[in-house]
Ligand binder design. Structure first.
Ligand code: TRP
Length: 337
């Protein structure tokens, strides 16, 4: 990697079906980033182990997520695409970095508090130390930038603190403190179609709350038709969307899907009601998702090809990870420098 070059690493948990929120909020940004910087993307199956899993389903979920990423435009020739557990260096570096990270630092991680909830004593130790594995994921490749949402910023800060402490403790210039990545264009925060105040999520019990990449054109149109709205027409001024979370969400989806700004969308639809806006929105969403769904179906049919792509990605990732791990071992006196 040349001096000053950016390298990006990001992981996604293999939760099964991708939805419009993942697509507009993260994946399409990754797709655009591939042309700007060197990228590594992985299916975070080791992270999935921090909560209860179904072993019979896990490999299928990894393949499904890999297929969805490729169908959405992640190009395994441009980017290094691999499965977390196929690169054991992540786990080994995570152990080493657990000895650098401080208990006090992990105690401040808000995501652990949210995810463990009232059952903190019963949460897995892995859920607690997960941010250190995430730091290892990043530091292993000396990534300069990590494209993440707000909910992950604290973990990137932790990775920085760990990198700096390790370098200082062992008097090396090994790890690169990563920064949040802001390229790749704006990422949209897509909300539930049933409640404009909560994020579109796979864990929402209502299927009508989200649009999945595997939804048919009719299903997409139906979900948008039934999306919660208010009786007011659309305003000219985006400021007037304050207090109208559902209206704002549908406009944001239209804007993100077409690449226009909310101002531009309002310039076109101001004064009209949702009866006119929703069919137009359904058309743009179908236009975005239909080709992705078709590619996804083809990729699903060829599991062996997917496994080949992931195996090739893992081989590249292992080769990139090996020197960093060797340097860390040497810095610790585990092996000779
Ligand atoms: N924790 C991230 C999430 O839940 C996934 C992830 C794991 C990740 N390792 C990472 C993201 C490294 C960026 C970099 O979304």
């Amino acid at each position: 990697m040349s001096e000053g070059a950016k390298r990006v690493v990001s992981g996604i948990q293999p939760t099964g079906d991708l939805h419009l929120g993942n697509l507009l909020g993260a994946i399409l940004r990754w797709v655009r980033m591939q042309d700007e910087v060197e990228c590594l993307f992985f299916l975070a199956d080791l992270h999935a182990l921090t909560v209860d899993i179904d072993p019979a389903a896990l490999r299928g979920q990894v393949r499904e997520m890999a297929a969805a990423l490729i169908a959405s435009g992640i190009d395994p020739q441009k980017s290094v695409l691999f499965t977390h557990s196929a690169v054991p260096a992540h786990s080994e570096l995570a152990w080493i970095l657990q000895c650098t990270a401080r208990v006090g630092w992990l105690n401040r991680m808000t995501q652990f508090k949210e995810k463990s909830g009232k059952s903190r004593e019963g949460a897995s130790v892995g859920l607690y130390t997960y941010p250190v594995l995430q730091a290892a994921d990043i530091l292993l490749y000396k990534a300069t930038h990590v494209p993440v949402g707000d909910d992950q910023k604290q973990h990137i800060e932790l990775a920085r603190d760990i990198a700096i402490k390790f370098n200082t403790d062992f008097d090396v210039e090994l790890f690169v403190p990563p920064e949040p990545f802001i390229g790749g264009g704006a990422a949209a925060r897509v909300m539930s179609l049933r409640d404009g105040n909560v994020k579109m999520s796979k864990s929402d019990p209502s299927e009508m709350s989200r649009i999945n990449l595997s939804d048919s054109d009719d299903m997409i149109a139906q979900k948008i038709r039934k999306a919660k709205t208010d009786p007011e027409p659309l305003p000219e001024d985006p400021e007037l969307l304050a207090g109208r979370p559902e209206a704002r969400n549908l406009l944001a989806i239209y804007a993100a899907t077409t690449g226009a700004s909310v101002e531009q969308v309002l310039a076109r639809f101001a004064g009209q009601g949702f009866g006119a806006f929703k069919p137009a929105l359904a058309d743009t969403v179908v236009e975005l998702i239909a080709p992705i769904r078709q590619r996804l179906q083809q990729l699903r049919e060829d599991g062996e090809e997917l496994d080949r792509i992931l195996a090739a990605g893992a081989e590249r990732a292992r080769a990139m990870a090996a020197p960093t791990l060797a340097q860390a071992r040497a810095a610790l006196g585990l092996t000779r420098a």
